[in-house]
Design a protein around this ligand. Structure first.
Ligand SMILES: [Zn+2]
Length: 288
């Protein structure tokens, strides 16, 4: 949802989870539709860009963004000093983003690939300034959301979701070491007051605050966007309402979630419950 709104800003283009999709052969094999409703292989915006990445390169890209490779990726050099292992992948990423920028005239590409390793990989590509917006959500709602069936998205057991919640959040914080800017945004603060959160999110990326006339309180008017691998219940265009996702509660798993996530809940001020908004220097924003 945040990516959809950022994609409405002048000079911004939202590409969904493009960095993940382009280097995830199984995801491509599942024929996940583009945000325009067409299969990606028939979408005029993505067809050629996806075809330009050979399957073996997509597989190699998926291999280097595995969580267990995060440390070596963090130590890797980019640009002219990139190793042979990363160079073809980085060149492919740069080529895709550059083509998106040329065709749309945008200055900022919003890529909401959730795996922080995808952002780390992008930070090594030439000509790209990485700005990170780290969105954190209450783990109870994350567990409820990921254990519920939604369209083509797979469901996952709670213990796996909790492990991901830990690793994705801690590794996202490490992106401060590589990004031009880093901000932390709580999902709950965003849905409560989207306008100011959106303003602050863009402040580190562009000098002049972009107009937000498509947004009125918690209502927004959004256009069709060519997003890859997006959440299927977030692809509607026209007038949309920004609200908390009506997740069922974690129910009997609530104690397990609290027990296993307490330190990070304290860090992000979910425990004890606090409503103080935090947005410090969420989706990933990459500016070319
Ligand atoms: Zn499309």
């Amino acid at each position: 949802m945040l990516g959809r709104l950022l994609g409405e800003l002048d000079g911004f283009v939202n590409v969904g989870e493009a960095a993940r999709y382009l280097f995830d052969a199984p995801m491509q094999g599942r024929q996940v539709p583009c945000g325009c409703g067409r299969p990606v292989s028939q979408c005029a915006f993505w067809k050629d860009k996806v075809q330009a990445i050979p399957p073996e390169l997509a597989e190699r890209g998926a291999e280097v963004v595995r969580m267990r490779k995060f440390a070596s990726l963090l130590m890797a050099s980019g640009g002219a000093e990139a190793s042979k292992r990363y160079r073809p992948i980085l060149e492919a990423i740069t080529a895709v983003y550059r083509k998106v920028a040329q065709e749309t005239g945008c200055r900022v590409i919003v890529d909401s690939s959730k795996n922080p390793a995808n952002a780390l990989l992008v930070s090594l590509a030439s000509g790209i300034d990485l700005h990170v917006l780290h969105v954190v959500r209450n783990p109870h709602d994350v567990v409820a959301s990921w254990t519920k069936k939604k369209g083509y998205l797979a469901t996952h057991p709670a213990r796996k979701v909790i492990a991901w919640w830990w690793s994705y959040n801690l590794l996202s914080e490490l992106l401060k070491l590589k990004a031009q800017s880093y901000q932390l945004l709580r999902y709950e603060d965003f849905v409560r007051d989207p306008g100011p959160c959106l303003q602050r999110a863009t402040a580190a990326v562009v000098d002049v605050p972009p107009a937000m006339d498509f947004l009125n309180g918690s209502e927004a008017t959004v256009r069709m966007q060519h997003v890859l691998a997006g959440n299927p219940d977030k692809l509607d265009s026209g007038k949309i309402r920004i609200s908390d996702g009506n997740c069922p509660s974690a129910g009997s798993r609530g104690w397990l979630v609290n027990l296993t996530t307490l330190p990070l809940q304290l860090r992000y001020r979910y425990w004890p419950a606090a409503a103080t908004p935090i947005l410090r220097p969420t989706s990933t924003t990459s500016s070319i």
